[in-house]
Design a protein around this ligand. Sequence first.
Ligand code: NAD
Length: 433
Amino acid sequence: MKTAIVGTGYVGLVSGTCFAELGHEVICVDNNEEKIKVLREGGIPIYEPELKELVEKNVKAGKLSFSTDIKEALKKSDVIFVAVNTPPLPDGSADLCYVEDVSKEIAQNLPGYRVIVSKSTVPVETGKWIKKTIDRYAPDGAEYDVASNPEFLREGKAVYDFLNPDRVVIGVESDRAKEKMLELYKPLKDKTEILVTNIESAELIKHASNSFLAMKISYINAIAKICERTEADVEEVARGMGLDERIGKHFLQAGAGFGGSCFPKDLSAFIDIAGKLGYDFSLLKEVEKINAAQKKGMVEKCKSMLWNLNGKKIAVLGLAFKPDTDDMRNAPSIDIINDLLQEGALLRACDPQASENAKKILPDSVTYCADAYEAAQGCDLLLIITDWEEYQQMDLGRIKKALNDPPSIVDGRNVFEPGEMKKRGFNYTGVGR
Ligand code: NAD
């Protein structure tokens, strides 16, 4: 099939590339000319494992191309995905301006029947607004359907997730749109369940899923607080809980809190839309509160080791919101680092991929280092915020030598075993154990 993806960011670029890999002809569109220029010249504007090779392969095969021209892309496509950003507004609601802009541009250039699919994460009933927008700006009698196809890929594993999804959710309101969407996902039909719902259910599935996952993380972080006040070890508690199939073992890792471009914003957007629909989702408000406290808790742990932080040198390992991505959007490191700087700490930070993005966000006083060993040099404490593989594998002997005495570690991701670390002579604390 012929497809256009409007919005060539993390989701748009991965989705477009993977649709091409599945055999379709795809045009990825973006209004960021620089981004499209980079892609046309063979570059990749984001770090995502496996993506570069797949883009190269499909561009070479003539199945994937890049453009800034929605009008041209619309002419050549049966299905148009809207994969633009839906960032949070100051009141927590989702900013749907970009979705509206693209809907309007599509409406004004509709060349015939098209399925217009929201892939962006949007509040329930956004599909209705997209439809109203298209009706307002499209020529009389224009033929189209609106659909919802929320994306569940995880950054860092995005290509794998897109090609091996747990499920595909398609929200439609006509058989014609349903057939087009099923045709598009036909290559995945033997691999995964394809769930067809109405548009509102599909939209809600995404917010409900992300909020549930965030709730699981805050839940185990709350359990970690109880563990810290007793002899219990949250890692053992989580393992014991996760063995129950009804609970499941995923998203039960206690740590420095969740972040990223999705969970915090989807949670607040869900709370907002629930409120507008007349339901006070207080459960999710508590999830947010626990997460904020968890990040503050990292600073408290540093203080409990160093007493006053003013003038103390701290090595920060990991800036991206999770391993295997360069994405700094809403990373827990941002709040933690700002609080540490507020306390007067001197920070030496490193991250295998996210340092360049971090420089645009974090205060200039942060010193960036090539790796954990350089960051640890002469520091009073080492704080692990993101559990990149290279930090899990680091040479603890070298780290111990690099740190000032007593060598102290706050492990915000429970990368190491407390007993082992004590044996090695570290002054060590993790989360919930
Ligand atoms: P992103 O910021 O990386 O990409 C969005 C792109 O849309 C940008 O390149 C931007 O230039 C482009 N854009 C904005 N307005 C445009 C317009 N009028 N015309 C053409 N292009 C335009 O965002 P993302 O992380 O890819 O997220 C996109 C959506 O997918 C969001 O709603 C997000 O919540 C959702 N989502 C993200 C993830 C993730 O892991 N990043 C996972 C699932 C769902």
